[in-house]
Design a protein around this ligand. Sequence first.
Ligand SMILES: NC(=O)c1ccc[n+]([C@@H]2O[C@H](COP(=O)([O-])OP(=O)(O)OC[C@H]3O[C@@H](n4cnc5c(N)ncnc54)[C@H](OP(=O)(O)O)[C@@H]3O)[C@@H](O)[C@H]2O)c1
Length: 276
Amino acid sequence: MRKHKNEDFNYALFGNPIHHSQSPQIHNFFAKQTKILHIYKAINIPLNQFSLLVNYFFENNIQGANVTSPFKKEAYFLSNKLSKRAQIAKSVNTLKKIDNKCILGDNTDGVGLLSDLNRLKFIKKNFSILILGAGGAVQGVLLSILSLGCSVYILNRTVSNAISVVNQFKQYGNIKIFEKNDLKNNFFDLVINGLSRNVQYKNNLIPLSLLSSKTFFYDMNYGLENTPFLNWCMKINAKYVADGIGMLVFQAAHSFLEWHGILPKTDYIIDILNKN
Ligand SMILES: NC(=O)c1ccc[n+]([C@@H]2O[C@H](COP(=O)([O-])OP(=O)(O)OC[C@H]3O[C@@H](n4cnc5c(N)ncnc54)[C@H](OP(=O)(O)O)[C@@H]3O)[C@@H](O)[C@H]2O)c1
């Protein structure tokens, strides 16, 4: 195994790829704001070495870590204990060292997304919501959205993955596979994109008859340039559109809370990142 010099950081992000991630910048803001010794580094993990490397880091200096695509499911299986929300999501984005024998798995994606949708005023109780995707991120956010009493429709490339997500969450609220005849004479209030960043969107992705000028569009992806989903939103002249930078900041703040017991301030960080 290639040796990593990890004496100089105590928190990390594990993913592949991670070069686009703004999490280290966000955690630096939190560390400065709270004056807590919190040195956070993004680490690209080779696809077949997740548990080997994570165990290695946790046996050394690492006290906690975030986990991103494609390892959230592996993180779920690696955790020795789970928070209730991670248990339900079957997906973990936050790891915390309890002691040398125990790693706690949590999931802060749901509270992160909901906090940002509330900040943007993009969500209300009982909304009809179309969610694109059925991966770890979507599993992480569904409990929060269903808890609001919203009706959720899942559209995913691999239908069997969508069916499995619907079966996983149907006891928590109104969720089904999207079919073109859904919402007859009605519109989606909100469309959330939870697909991988580089997926290209065809014009006929969602029947335009199911969208209105009041529909909100939220991309969990983010980046310096517009994401492909946001470009698609522009093409269809969507009015209310946001990327996932706010979600990223809020989920990071809730991971910080899990690790240090303090919820850092977030609004000024979202403003700074939006201006970059
Ligand atoms: N802003 C935030 O804080 C935040 C938080 C979490 C995640 N995210 C972002 O959300 C995205 C998804 O993350 P994840 O953890 O859910 O990833 P994941 O578990 O790997 O899931 C990927 C999803 O994308 C679909 N997909 C992948 N390639 C595709 C293609 N070529 N065509 C159509 N569909 C495709 C997959 O469909 P199949 O089931 O068919 O494979 C699956 O639904 C990532 O880009 C991540 O950065 C952002």
